[in-house]
Design a protein around this ligand. Structure first.
Ligand SMILES: Cc1cc2nc3c(=O)[nH]c(=O)nc-3n(C[C@H](O)[C@H](O)[C@H](O)COP(=O)(O)OP(=O)(O)OC[C@H]3O[C@@H](n4cnc5c(N)ncnc54)[C@H](O)[C@@H]3O)c2cc1C
Length: 466
């Protein structure tokens, strides 16, 4: 008999969720974590990022305070205090995660795990911190790492989201963020709000490739209106240090900064390489993601993968955009249900909501207008742009944009998009409506909740001019 029914490699969102659920159904589970239990989301992703986003948000409230009857004087920044408090909270959460595994009866191995090439009969052998354990099944849940562009000279002078979200450092006077994905937008927004003179550098015209084009345009306009500089259509060539400052040579000329953040995507490859998967014939895609089917089975029976380390069954799904915590958790739980509770669960990928915690926020669920058209849907678009109530007293020029993509024949709402305050909180609710298959008529007969920004989603009666 193997030591474990399931051995999970990686104690992040997907691995922990699967381990706990499997153990709750009586499976004997081991889990290995080479860094800190909690994984990217808890230690160096969503959670520390959101705490810093909250911190950054105060800047706007201080600006509005006077109009709302509060004289706050000139607020003084204590940026490093936020980072220290953030880290204390992350350590607390790390402890909670470890205790959750313990109370579920999951055995935690601290260290880097790898599969040994030889098997013990049918069982796999996993080596971690000088110990070898045998397991009937192995789950690869090792996540991904920031990608540093090949051949970028001096890239070691830049930092990635890992350092920005884990370390304590002074607020840089001048910041350059390279990369147009959601992580670049978020980190640029946050440090800019605290007072760094910030430039976001993009290869294309707009950040957030794959999101609805109007959302991208509206967010870009709002970011620029807030004073964030956006340099479009350029790529970095080299980074050099001159005294305490950094110069980034780009295809559009040099840019100076005190801190450079590389937010140029994430890849599973650094984590899935050297795991011993090749010796077992486990297929990976060009990014290094383990190829799985809709039951999270790899090409090798007994080896599974979930979360960012997998391709989320991209061959049968539209694979992009699923490297998110709730997806990793849902996949981990679905796998445990299928393996140990005879309860096949399907993860609903089509209405995965997602938010970009910039200032302002952008959030979306379902299909963008462009994607809906590419897929051949005959659609009507509804759109509204307005200045939210919060900003009117102060006369601040802030704009919120909301948009619905509706299929003409069925009246189904295929996509909901928003740029504006609390967009993430609002879109989560509408994600339920889209998952339930709501039609535009359902939106129209829903009574508005007044006065909110969210009510605009149920009061858009006129289609946008084509
Ligand atoms: C800056 C940032 C912000 C983000 N913000 C959001 C957000 O707002 N919302 C959202 O939904 N998602 C967000 N994400 C994405 C989210 O963090 C990931 O999708 C999620 O953590 C994936 O979970 P996972 O279990 O697949 O991998 P991870 O959480 O990355 O966990 C993998 C774990 O495996 C460990 N590991 C790797 N190799 C080994 C080995 N050989 N042996 C033992 N352990 C190993 C790693 O140390 C890690 O702890 C963000 C990510 C980043 C980087």
């Amino acid at each position: 008999l193997a030591d474990f029914d399931l051995f999970v490699i990686g104690g992040g969102s997907g691995g922990v969720a699967c381990a706990r659920r499997a153990a709750s159904h009586g499976a004997r589970v081991g889990i290995a974590e080479s860094s800190r239990v909690g994984g990217t989301c808890v230690i160096r992703g969503c959670v520390p990022k959101k705490q810093m986003h909250y911190g950054a948000h105060f800047a706007e409230y201080f600006r509005l305070a006077g109009s709302y009857g509060w004289d706050v004087g000139t607020p003084e920044r204590a940026f490093e205090r936020l980072l220290e408090n953030r880290n204390r909270e992350i350590s607390r959460l790390n402890g909670i995660y470890i205790r959750m595994l313990e109370s579920a009866g999951v055995r935690l191995f601290e260290g880097h795990a790898r599969l040994r090439p030889e098997r013990d009969g049918e069982d796999f052998r996993v080596e971690v911190a000088g110990e070898t354990a045998t397991a009937a099944r192995v789950l690869v849940a090792v996540g991904g790492r920031p990608h540093v562009p090949d051949g970028l000279l001096g890239s070691e002078l830049a930092v990635t989201s890992d350092e920005v979200l884990e370390e304590v450092y002074p607020l840089p006077e001048r910041l350059l963020v390279i990369g147009a994905g959601y992580i670049g937008v978020e980190l640029a927004s946050i440090l800019h709000a605290f007072g760094s003179e910030t430039t976001l550098m993009l290869r294309g015209e707009y950040p957030l490739r794959g999101f609805d084009q109007e959302l991208r345009e509206c967010l870009t306009a709002e970011l620029e209106h807030g004073g964030l500089a956006i340099r479009r259509g350029i790529v970095p060539l080299a980074i050099r240090k001159e005294g305490n400052a950094l110069t980034v040579e780009t295809s559009g000329g040099p840019l100076q900064a005190d801190k450079v953040i590389l937010a140029t995507g994430r890849r599973p490859a650094p984590n899935t390489e050297g795991l011993g998967l090749d010796a077992h014939g486990v297929k990976r895609d060009p990014m290094g993601a383990v190829c799985v089917d809709l039951q999270y089975r790899s090409s090798t029976p007994g080896i599974f993968a979930v979360g960012d380390a997998s391709n989320h069954a991209a061959a049968s799904l539209d694979g992009e955009g699923f490297d998110l915590t709730p997806i990793a958790i849902a996949e981990g739980r679905a796998l445990a249900e299928g393996l140990f509770n005879d309860n096949p669960v399907e993860v609903c990928y089509t209405t995965t909501p997602t938010a970009v915690f910039g200032l302002p926020q952008a959030s979306t669920v379902g299909l963008s207008e462009e994607r809906a058209r590419t897929l051949g849907h005959d659609i009507t678009v509804y759109r509204t742009r307005f200045r939210p109530l919060l900003y009117t007293l102060a006369g601040a020029e802030r704009r919120t944009m909301m948009k619905l993509v509706v299929e003409r024949g069925t009246d189904r709402v295929l996509g909901c998009h928003m740029v504006g305050d609390d967009a993430g909180e609002i879109i989560q609710g509408f994600a339920v409506a889209l998952t339930a298959g709501a039609t535009k008529a359902d939106f129209d007969r829903t009574v508005a909740l007044h006065p909110t920004a969210a009510e605009e989603f149920v009061t858009m009666y006129q289609p946008a001019p084509a």
